[in-house]
Ligand binder design. Structure first.
Ligand SMILES: Cc1ncc(COP(=O)(O)O)c(C=O)c1O
Length: 468
């Protein structure tokens, strides 16, 4: 213990306590309040604790975990946890995390992680196959936000060309402009700001009644910008908008990008992996032409956080932005391996590919197809209730796994109050949504434990709270 390592007995005890914790917690989760009755005093004590000078036992650590951490956690695996775009992890992810931390491969230079390197390459190829992309390269990221940032970095540097590294965007006379629908995720705004492009140069364009980017608006704005001396360089297409799950007209956007010589980035963090189901693959087919695509295995592959990915048509496009060659990182190139630190911003990188690889290997693809379809079925079920019951108003068509609805008799403030009370009561967790300027409650089905009865009980709870 004094050497910070475990002996055999400690390993056995830690393995036993961890395995029991995982099984007991997951067995108990449905009986817990989704959102905890927070013990603020306990959390203050935890927050303000002094630096530890004396060791504690493993039993004490697990006891504290159960009494303070678990009891004050939001139970994302609870069957009625349905806010935002939040998965409940599949069964194998916690074990993959543990194994990845044990092997502790540094997935930057291939020589520090040869087998992990092969696995990451395999996972990237599988992800491209799953979404039907022509991508030949990419890397695993912390999530969709990081993937969007990397994709847009490649897009910006493609536009800047040879001076991307030395000059950046400084001193350009003609501002670079990019285009997306008004439904685009805020991670794109963040990326645009981080890249020094200025968020006002992200042109947010109107959508049609199905929340899809309007091609006429795109064409018009690009022409207008060119006429005014800007340099349009990229269109961000949504494969699953965050609020309603709408898919932009990808094939038309691809054709437009080809015609106008614009980079096509697809934010597929939410919806692109739905392409594994024939029910959803049709509108996603245009993804094939994208120059870069962001994905989130920690959404529809149900891995634990964090697991995102970015796919690109050309590996050179990432190397242009990220490859560096200081003497202390001298590395051999080898046709069988990829130096991942040349493809993204991180140097040290964990072995996130393992949990994606194991997730697909252990359960097999058909289990994921069934899960995606079951989530969509649950959304349809809730959508039908919201349409049929006069107490509700469905505010957007249910095209995927998200349902946006309101209590019909209440205004925005009333709906906000009901949503807050629903969450604080601990019986269910839904998120808010802004649908064409009106507040809605939003359920996003990405939870492997949710059943139709949960949907019915949530809707009954909402009506009761509205009535109260
Ligand atoms: C459409 C879309 N893009 C990007 C993101 C950001 O992904 P992450 O939370 O993994 O960074 C999300 C998250 O829900 C999303 O729905």
């Amino acid at each position: 213990m004094t050497h910070l390592l475990f002996d055999a007995a400690e390993h056995a005890k830690a393995a036993d306590l961890s395995a029991r914790f995982i099984a007991d917690y997951l067995a108990s989760v449905a009986g817990r309040p989704v959102f905890p009755a927070i013990n603020r005093e306990a959390l203050r004590l935890l927050r303000d604790a002094p630096l530890p000078q004396t060791p504690v036992t493993l039993e004490a650590l697990f006891a504290e975990l159960n009494s303070v951490v678990v009891n004050n956690a939001t139970h994302t695996a609870h069957p009625r946890f349905l806010p935002y775009v939040q998965p409940s992890p599949n069964g194998i992810s916690p074990y993959a995390e543990c194994v990845a931390a044990t092997l502790n491969q540094n997935c930057n230079l291939w020589a520090l992680s040869p087998s992990a390197n092969a696995i990451e390459q395999c996972v990237i190829r599988w992800l491209a196959n799953l979404v039907g992309a022509d991508a030949t390269s990419g890397l695993i990221t912390s999530g969709g936000s990081a993937a969007n940032l990397i994709g847009l970095t490649a897009a910006r540097d493609h536009a800047l060309g040879d001076t991307a590294r030395s000059e950046g965007v400084q001193g350009r006379r003609s501002p670079l402009t990019l285009y997306a629908s008004e439904e685009v995720h805020s991670s794109i705004d963040k990326a645009v700001a981080q890249l020094g492009l200025g968020v006002r140069h992200l042109r947010k364009l109107p959508t049609d009644e199905r929340f899809q980017l309007r091609m006429d608006a795109l064409r018009e704005r690009v022409a207008q910008d060119r006429a005014q001396g800007c340099t349009p360089f990229c269109v961000v297409a949504c494969a699953g908008t965050v609020t309603t799950g709408a898919v932009d007209p990808l094939a038309a956007i691809a054709a437009f990008c080809a015609e106008q010589e614009l980079w096509m980035h697809v934010d597929g963090a939410y919806g692109a992996l739905a392409a594994i189901s024939a029910r959803f693959s049709g509108p996603l087919q245009g993804i094939r032409h994208a120059d870069s695509i962001s994905l989130d295995p920690h959404k529809f592959l149900f891995t634990s956080f964090e697991a995102g990915g970015v796919l690109v048509k050309s590996r050179a496009s990432l190397e242009r932005s990220y490859q560096v060659m200081p003497s202390y990182l001298a590395k051999d190139s080898d046709p069988d391996f990829v130096n991942y630190s040349d493809l993204g911003p991180q140097l040290s990188r964990g072995f996130k590919a393992l949990k994606i690889w194991w997730s697909l290997r252990y359960f097999g693809l058909p289990a994921y197809v069934a899960a995606v379809e079951r989530m969509a079925d649950l959304a349809q079920h809730m959508g039908r209730i919201a349409s049929a019951h006069p107490g509700f108003e469905l505010v957007a068509p249910v095209t995927f796994n998200a349902v946006c609805f309101r209590v019909a008799a209440l205004d925005d403030e009333g709906n906000r109050r009901v949503l807050r009370r629903l969450v604080e009561g601990g019986r269910a967790f839904l998120g808010p949504a802004n649908v064409k300027g009106r507040l809605a409650m939003r359920a996003c089905f990405m939870n492997l434990r949710t059943a139709a009865a949960d949907v019915e009980s949530i809707m009954a709870d909402i009506l009761r709270l509205a009535h109260d």
